[in-house]
Write a protein that binds this ligand. Structure first.
Ligand code: AMP
Ligand code: MG
Length: 294
């Protein structure tokens, strides 16, 4: 039998492991309580290295977004939907600022889903969602989503159990149809500990410029924490399909959360291999026309 040197073993492994794969939730039973919220999986080094890597990736994300946008303007139908879920204070807003904020705002639509209005409640739970989906070439971001309709709705008994239970399959079919229509669905659960969440709320109370973010209701909803985690565990387990898998983002470290989601977006867009659309005119001819008329 041939001997395997340490070098061979090393070379046999993939050189770069995708963050999308590292943080993808495996299929099967899910117990979020057992997943570390403070992990920094995939980062060699500390916070400062993570921040440096994030800065380096920003321009890459911007380039990929512009390609997708250009393709959309040229008749392409592909687009990306980023679904952000997580407890209060888990960092959905910070992700919008630090990650999504790095691309041309003209190519992004962001929608924050709140408790449904009376009009929205008169329709099927996906009605308000379908109105906010990204168009061709766009990156759409949902700050909360239809997953509230199987999580908070369940915990607060807002509909009958048989109604929210039926929704898992409805969501899976919905996401399958999105994928079939050219949407890359990227789902991220921002996983924060109850302790870190309390510290973030306390810090808001300490700073006059953060008080506006403080919602006394968030203190009350801490009593729902365990029930929400249980409902999330079920939702992630039941709606973890191949065309729209879940990623669980350890979110106690803000820099890591940003780094991880940035990497996942870059990887998902790279996988689309979007080329710049070829011109529908003769470049040399247009140049000659411009020069001839100067
Ligand atoms: P925030 O994201 O902090 O502005 O809060 C929005 C609130 O709306 C959260 O408490 C959500 O749980 C709630 N919410 C969002 N979607 C739904 C829904 N479909 N049903 C009930 N509450 C919802
Ligand atoms: Mg809130």
């Amino acid at each position: 039998m041939a001997k395997t040197s340490a070098k061979d073993t090393k070379d046999a492994r993939p050189r770069v492991q995708r963050v999308s794969d590292l943080l993808r939730l495996p299929t099967g039973p899910v117990d979020l309580g057992a997943i570390d919220t403070g992990a920094t999986t995939g980062v060699d080094g500390s916070k400062s290295e993570g921040k440096k890597a994030l800065d380096l990736l920003g321009p890459r994300l911007a380039d990929l977004q512009e390609r997708l946008f250009a393709e959309g303007k040229s008749g392409g139908s592909r687009r990306l939907l980023l679904v952000l879920q997580g407890m209060d204070t888990s960092g959905k807003g910070g992700t919008l600022r630090h990650v999504v904020g790095q691309v041309d705002p003209q190519g992004v639509t962001i929608h924050s889903f709140k408790a449904p209005t009376r009009e929205e409640l008169a329709h099927d739970f996906l009605w308000r969602i379908k109105r906010e989906l990204p168009g061709p070439g766009m990156i759409g971001v949902f700050d909360r989503s239809y997953f509230e309709d199987v999580v908070v709705v369940r915990v607060r008994n807002l509909v009958e159990p048989r109604t929210w239970r039926r929704r898992y399959a409805t969501i899976n079919r919905f996401e399958e149809s999105l994928a079939a229509g050219g949407t890359t669905v990227v789902k991220c659960f921002l996983h924060i500990s109850k302790h870190e969440s309390r510290d973030r709320l306390l810090r808001r109370l300490d700073k006059p410029d953060k008080l506006w973010k403080f919602n006394p209701g968030d203190v009350d909803s801490r009593s729902e924490w365990d029930s929400l985690i249980e409902a999330y565990s079920d939702a992630l387990e039941r709606c973890n399909i191949d065309v729209a898998p879940w990623h669980v983002i350890p979110a106690d470290h803000k820099w890591y959360r940003n780094w991880a989601i940035m990497n996942i977006l870059v990887e998902q867009l790279e996988a689309l291999k979007v080329e710049w659309p070829p011109p529908e005119f003769d470049v040399a001819e247009q140049r000659a026309r411009l020069l001839g008329h100067s």
